[in-house]
Structures are given as C-alpha cells and as structure tokens.
Design a protein around this ligand. Structure first.
Ligand code: ADP
Ligand code: MG
Length: 263
C-alpha cells in the first residue's frame, strides 16, 4: 500500500493536548521509519514552535512559507514543505494570519475542499506514509477543510473535570462532515495529562471506555513536566527526553496508530 494516510488531531476544546500529541506521534512515527508530513493548522503556531524557535517560526510568516498563504491563494502545498531537523519528518508551518482563514475561505467555490485541492499533488505522489494535521480549537469551515481531506480523526481529551465538556458538539460536527467525506473515521480518543491518583482521571477513563461513539486508545499519556521543558526548547519530548515517561507513552501511542492504519 503506497497511499498516504491523513490523520487530523482535533478537539474543539483548547488545551486538550492536540499539538503535543500531533508533534510527538509524528516524530515517533518518523523514528519508526515512516515518512511523515506535519501540517500546522492553528494560528497559535504551536506545532511550528515545537520544531523551530520563535524567530524562525515568524520567518515562515514573512517569507509566505506557510499554510495560510497556500490556502488563501489555492497553491500547491508541495512548495510550502519545510524540513525539520529530524529525518523523515517535514512540516508545513502556520502563520498568525490564519486568524482570517474563515473569511478567506468564505467566498471560494467549493470552500470545504480547498485544503484537499492544495494537498492533492502531495497525495498523488504518495511519498509520505502519514500526513498529520494539527487542528485549531474551533468547529468551522477551516476544520471542515481539515476533516474533508482526512482518513482518520484522533481526538485528544484532557483527563480533567471539564475534559469531556463539548465532546458531543465535536461528534455532531463529525457526522456533518461525513456527508462531505464518508470515508472519515474516528480512529479513537487519546487521553492526555492523566494523573492516576486523581479520582476524576478514573471517572474520565471509565466514561470514555464505555463511550459508544468512539474507541479509546489503550495507551494514555500521563502528566509529565518534561513536556513543558521540551516545548521550551522547541523540541517534542520524544526527542528532548526520549526516556521520559511521556516520550515512552507517545512512542507506544504512535505504534497503536500505525497498526490501526495498517501501515
Ligand atoms: N502530558 C502532559 N503533561 C503535562 N503537560 C502537558 C501534557 N500534555 C500537554 N501539556 C501542556 O498542556 C498545554 C496544552 O497542550 P497542547 O498540546 O498545546 O493542547 P492543544 O493543542 O489541544 O491546545 C501545553 O502547555 C502543554 O505543554
Ligand atoms: Mg494546539
């Protein structure tokens, strides 16, 4: 199978671990020998900042080497790919101008499929095993674009008292997108920031285990301060502290995802 598998990391709740999961799963996949392209779909640039310092990240905005320029002008995304410092791992950076993406998309013909159109030359080449897209914490036209081009969606959920809040809206949105992309499948929910000593972790875990709308990944990611240290150094924890518990957990999660996708 040479086809590229496209996976979106999405949850309309902010701070649920989307970006951390996307960057670390991506790097763990690349370390396992898979060819991976990351796409930073959020105006906060957090995925871009997981690999580059602030100057470099802001540079991609001024050089117009970013997802916003590409989608706004409906350009071939092949020309926006940047190599990271890690083998097998490339990224398309974001720009703070993504704040106007809903407006930019609004007047376009078939506006739910612009990202798909921009990505189609890369998909046609089939070079990458995986394309991982980090979605912003919204449920609008841009996330619709992300999900119409995706084979799978992974929903990171924070193991906190409010972690499950809004999840129903997410599933309503997914069922709308399925009218445009019947292929879209929820691969699973990944619990992040788990603290096994807290009662609400157990509650979240049990609720999601019984949840009918989606399966739960076997691997969950525990709270780990190494993640913040890694981000402070513009690196995913899988590279920054490879024997930390979160690095080991993210490597296990990546393995589950690779196996599920059958790659
Ligand atoms: N397992 C973890 N342990 C500790 N902090 C974490 C963990 N996962 C994420 N974080 C922190 O939580 C915050 C939100 O995570 P992030 O991945 O940016 O979420 P999102 O992209 O959904 O907004 C970040 O500051 C990140 O450093
Ligand atoms: Mg994020």
């Amino acid at each position: 199978m040479s086809r590229t598998t496209v996976i979106a990391f999405a949850n309309n709740k902010g701070g649920s671990g989307k970006t951390t999961t996307c960057s670390n799963v991506g790097l763990a996949m690349a370390k396992a020998g898979k060819r991976v392209l990351l796409i930073d779909g959020d105006m906060q640039l957090n995925l871009t900042l997981s690999f580059f310092d602030e100057d470099r990240a802001l540079g991609f905005a001024t050089e117009e080497k970013n997802i916003h320029t590409a989608v706004k002008d409906e350009k071939d995304l092949s020309d926006f790919v940047v190599e990271t410092q890690y083998p097998n791992l490339d990224i398309i950076p974001s720009s703070s101008l993504m704040s106007s993406i809903e407006y930019d998309l609004f007047t376009k013909w078939q506006r739910e499929f612009i990202l798909k159109k921009c990505l189609s030359p890369i998909l046609a080449r089939g070079y990458y095993d995986f394309i991982l897209i980090d979605a912003p914490p919204t449920l609008g036209g841009w996330v619709m674009n992300i999900l119409t081009v995706s084979d799978f969606i992974i929903i990171p959920v924070e193991a906190s008292p409010w972690g499950l809040f809004g999840l129903a809206n997410m599933f309503d949105f997914i069922s709308q997108v399925k009218n445009l992309n019947p292929r879209l499948e929820v691969m699973g929910i990944a619990i992040t920031k788990a603290d096994e000593r807290k009662s609400y972790f157990k509650q979240t875990y049990e609720t999601l285990k019984e949840f009918e709308a989606a399966r739960l990944f076997n691997t969950y990611i525990r709270i780990d301060s190494s993640i913040e240290w890694a981000q402070d150094n513009s690196q995913p924890v899988v590279a920054y502290k490879r024997y930390s518990r979160s690095a080991i957990e993210y490597t296990k999660l990546a393995k589950e995802i690779i196996e599920y996708a059958g790659r």
